[in-house]
Design a protein around this ligand. Structure first.
Ligand code: PRP
Length: 208
């Protein structure tokens, strides 16, 4: 009997590039994949089950072993230490984490407010800079915070830079470059090492 592999895929902006990469590597992902609202898609001829989750949750599924492997942004991996192996830089979904704000803002507070989806990354960044800040955790549309006076600055992902530009914000500091990573559950790696190594090898060949 062939080994069955469950793969957690991130919905949203990484999804398209991740699906493209899997197809390039020879995995027969059906067209249904691109349009479907289904959250579980089985590809029986390849012995694969794909589950579609929010990017931040992909790591949770893999950590708990309900998915053997997953695709997760380095941003998510940096935010929380998780019990998963990061085995391959897929070199897709290039973007970076940056500090941004309104131009020419004079900050008078002892601890300026920083809004972000990444409270741990932001805290350690400002600690390393020797700056005292107050972190405000948001779940999305982070760029809104300085516009309506919730925060002085934001720490967020910049991809094309369009969101910053259209909202009159400027990039102030660059924190880290981000790409998507292939992550593996440690137990799955022991039990299904052969099939996972094969998958890693196929993906490695098509990564630019
Ligand atoms: C991300 C990020 C920025 C935006 C950057 O948000 O948080 O808001 O993309 O992309 P850009 O530089 O190409 O404009 P996302 O669209 O994932 O949604 P969110 O606001 O719900 O986090």
């Amino acid at each position: 009997m062939s080994t069955f592999l469950t793969i957690a895929m991130p919905k949203g902006r990484i999804f398209e590039e991740a699906v493209h990469l899997m197809r390039e590597a020879g995995f027969p992902l059906p067209e249904e994949f691109d349009e479907s609202r289904k959250l579980i898609l089985d590809i029986e001829e390849a012995n694969m089950r794909f589950i579609l989750a929010k990017p931040m949750d992909v790591v949770t599924y893999v950590e708990h072993g309900v998915a053997d492997i997953g695709i997760a942004g380095k941003d998510v991996m940096m935010e929380e230490a998780r019990d998963v192996y990061e085995v391959l830089d897929l070199k897709i979904s290039h973007c970076y984490l940056a500090v941004a704000g309104l131009p020419n803002t004079v900050i008078r507070d002892v601890a300026p407010k920083v809004a972000t989806k990444y409270p741990n990354v932001a805290s350690s960044y400002f600690r390393e800079q020797g700056e005292q800040v107050e972190i405000i955790k948001l779940n999305g549309s982070i760029e809104l915070a300085p516009l309506i006076g919730l925060a002085d600055r934001i720490v967020d992902i910049v991809s094309t830079g369009q969101t910053l530009k259209e909202n009159g914000l400027v990039e102030l500091e660059r924190i880290a470059d981000i790409t998507s990573r292939l992550i593996v559950n440690p137990v799955s790696y022991r039990v299904k090492d052969q099939i996972i190594d094969e998958l890693v090898e196929k993906l490695s060949k098509v990564i630019e």
